[in-house]
Design a protein around this ligand. Structure first.
Ligand code: MN
Length: 735
């Protein structure tokens, strides 16, 4: 192909001028010179390179810089960085060169951009690692990620020139990581475009189908919007509002998700568009003006009471502010209406960068994003988290929906949806979390695993005697609570291990083995324990005996001949069998107080159940059912902590068990059920709850019984009650 160098040069300059025009408003003295310098450096260093499309490479950095200026609204520093973003990675220019030419700040941003460049592999762990890197650099300077988003957007816009396999990789990474980030940073326009392009290259068929249907149905939709808007326009003008009103189509990606997740065909999606009203109002008046507009609209069209969303009084944590309502429009169709001020609209579309513009006027609201970045930094501070787990936590905590919960004093806390009372406790303060024994939610006593709902008011109950427990990790979803609990458990384990270390040292001394690091390591290897911590721990529990040390010495002298013990690699079934019975087992009976053991609340064992004991760090021995949901994990990972256990059933003691009853809502069913329970010998009811819904009946009863025989007898009798369809034993009383 013949290249017209002069024409290309002209084109490069034209694109550069367009860039300068795009950022003119924001430039301060000296900025233009610096941008020019960056441009010239980039042109020089990229001069031999071309894009896959055959175009000069420099088109790309110019395009990225233009997106930064025009679509994100970034200033000169970011534009300089965008122009140089691929130089260190792809050309001979070094980071030191950049530092010398443009100073340390720009070099730092370019360094961040270089670190997170490159397309990911498809394996989950590498993807997760990459995500982590992105967040790390973002935590340093948000501009890194904003420029990266501009870079990604331009690459997505020009993806047609790439090979198919690369297209799929880049598009999936965009959907997995960059679109959610854009969303979280409040860059709605960019997020939408990234998602639509992402779909186009990962599922072209669905993309085209929806895109074509949108085009086909457009004239009809336009007519409808016109009809809807017309009367409103008049009234709003009469009332003296300065406003814009228009229909906004839903993105292809969100329509695709709706079809996929809700199973509705395209034709039945009623909210293919929303009506948006943007008013020009002074800051101090914007809230009341938005509500005035709301009042005008709902005078005209009937609103659906459940679909009012007030993101003005409580903005989303990505700073989104808007008032949403759904009203009954012409032809009996529901229509979503979004009401907001110009400022809110710009924040919603451009997000993070737009905040700088409103910094003084909306300083408080900007803190929401700052808070978010602080949370990211906190998560990144947790160094030993496994990368995949980290990503799960991250997505769960920082991309998920949120709920608002109030403290007794009325302070509002934002938590990810699904958060529990314990999460809330840790959100208030680490100490409060660690000592949490329960909570009062809306003045009602609830356990620490209670899942909070938006609008709940929660008061945490603490006790100085409380310490974090292993089970707690199942009760929390926030990364903060998880890492605090893990730290506390680690602390506890360390204390135990220190004691264990002393015990082991004495035992080594008795067996005439030197207590050296190497010997400890070898002993771990011999016992197949993952870390010396675990070994010390085991010693603290009294589970290391001199006999074992002697065997170890023999093994050390002749490792080939003697096969190490296989305690921890046994098959699960074997472990379960072992845990079930045999000699020297723990007998559980009425001397519960003397022996330090407790019945685990996760499966509520009762006499007659197959059980095993599990030695915990701070709560003595816990008894679990062999079919407890946690059993496999405990047995396979910590086999050496398992103690065999059986019941001694000579005395009558009572144990708590839960029963769930389902049936149809017959007249007198509750009465009949309670009669059965009270007729049973020696049964005490602790709690009983019934729910009926549309003729269906569901009840949960917590009763004290002696053993499984006793419980089964009760279950059989409950089954005979008229209207009952099923009676099952439950592990735990759910709230
Ligand atoms: Mn690039």
């Amino acid at each position: 192909m013949q290249i017209d160098v002069a024409a290309e040069r002209k084109e490069i300059l034209a694109r550069y001028r367009a860039l300068i025009k795009a950022c003119k408003r924001r430039l301060e003295k000296g900025d233009k010179e610096m941008i020019r310098k960056a441009f010239e450096v980039a042109v020089e260093y990229h001069k031999e390179m071309r894009r896959k499309s055959g175009e000069p490479y420099i088109y790309h950095p110019i395009a990225v810089a233009t997106i930064c200026a025009e679509e994100i609204g970034l200033g000169a520093t970011a534009i300089v960085c965008a122009l140089l973003h691929d130089t260190v990675e792809d050309t001979d220019l070094t980071l030191d060169d950049i530092k010398g030419l443009f100073g340390p700040k720009i070099a730092q941003i370019i360094d961040g951009l270089t670190k997170i460049s490159g397309v990911i592999d498809n394996t989950a762990s590498i993807q997760a690692e990459n995500f982590r890197k992105v967040l790390l650099t973002m935590a340093e300077d948000v501009r890194v990620i904003l420029i990266k988003l501009a870079d990604r957007l331009h690459n997505m816009r020009t993806l047609e020139h790439m090979k198919r396999d690369k297209q799929v990789k880049i598009a999936s990474e965009t959907l997995y990581m960059y679109a959610p980030l854009a969303h979280r940073l409040g860059l709605n326009t960019i997020k939408t475009e990234l998602e639509d392009l992402g779909l186009k290259y990962t599922d072209e068929h669905s993309y085209l189908e929806i895109a074509n249907k949108l085009i086909e149905t457009e004239p009809e939709r336009k007519k409808f919007i016109q009809k809807f808007i017309e009367p409103l326009k008049e009234i709003l003008q009469e009332q003296g509002f300065n406003f814009k009103i228009y229909g906004r189509p839903k993105s292809i990606f969100s329509i695709f998700n709706k079809i996929k997740n809700k199973g509705v065909p395209f034709e039945e999606i009623y909210d293919l568009f929303a009506i948006r009203i943007v008013i020009d109002a002074p800051l101090e008046q914007e809230k009341s003006d938005c509500w005035k507009v709301y009042s005008i609209i709902t005078d005209f069209y009937h609103p659906s009471p459940e679909r009012l969303r007030d993101w003005i009084s409580t903005p989303k944590s990505n700073s989104y502010e808007s008032l949403h309502t759904t009203v009954m429009g012409p032809e009996g169709k529901w229509v979503e209406v979004q009401i907001r001020s110009l400022r809110m609209d710009e924040l919603a579309e451009k997000g993070y960068a737009a905040h700088w513009k409103y910094k003084e006027s909306a300083a408080e609201k900007e803190n929401k994003l700052e808070e978010w970045l602080k949370k990211i930094r906190e998560m990144l501070d947790n160094p030993d988290a496994n990368a995949l787990e980290f990503i799960d936590d991250f997505k769960l905590n920082l991309f998920s929906d949120e709920i608002f919960v109030f403290t007794p004093k009325g302070d509002m806390k934002t938590l990810p949806s699904g958060a529990t009372a314990l999460d809330f406790a840790f959100d208030i303060h680490t100490k409060i979390g660690e000592q949490c024994i329960g909570a009062k939610v809306n003045h009602k006593l609830v356990p620490l695993s209670y899942e909070l709902k938006s609008g709940d008011q929660a008061e945490i109950l603490t006790s100085g005697k409380q310490t974090p427990k292993e089970d707690w990790l199942h009760y929390v979803i926030t990364a903060r609570a998880k890492s605090k609990i893990k730290n506390a458990l680690k602390e506890q384990r360390k204390k135990v291990a220190d004691t264990g270390r002393e015990i082991l040292e004495k035992k080594f001394y008795k067996s005439k083995v030197d207590f050296t690091l190497q010997n400890v390591k070898d002993f771990c290897k011999y016992l197949k324990l993952p870390t010396s911590q675990e070994l010390f721990y085991r010693a603290a529990l009294g589970n290391v005996d001199v006999k074992e040390i002697k065997e170890f010495i023999k093994w050390k002298e002749n490792p080939k001949k003697i096969v190490p013990r296989k305690t921890d690699s046994q098959k699960i079934e074997q472990l379960v069998t072992n845990a079930r019975g045999g000699n020297d087992m723990l007998v559980i009976g009425d001397d519960m107080q003397e022996l330090d053991y407790k019945l685990s609340p996760c499966c509520n064992p009762i006499p007659g159940d197959d059980v095993f004991g599990f030695v915990t760090v701070s709560e003595g021995i816990k008894i679990h059912r062999v079919n407890c949901p946690n059993a496999i994990k405990l047995l396979s990972n910590y086999a050496y902590r398992v103690v065999k256990a059986k019941w001694m059933n000579e005395h009558l003691i009572s144990f708590l068990a839960g029963i769930k009853i389902i049936g149809s809502d017959e007249l007198g069913i509750v009465n009949n059920l309670t009669k059965v329970i009270s007729n049973e010998n020696n049964i005490n009811m602790r709690s009983i709850t019934f729910d009926t819904d549309d003729g269906l009946f569901e009840g949960t009863i917590m009763v004290y019984v002696h053993d499984t025989k006793h419980l089964n007898h009760l279950i059989d009798n409950l089954k005979k009650v008229k209207g009952v369809n099923g009676v099952v034993r439950i592990d735990e009383k759910k709230n």
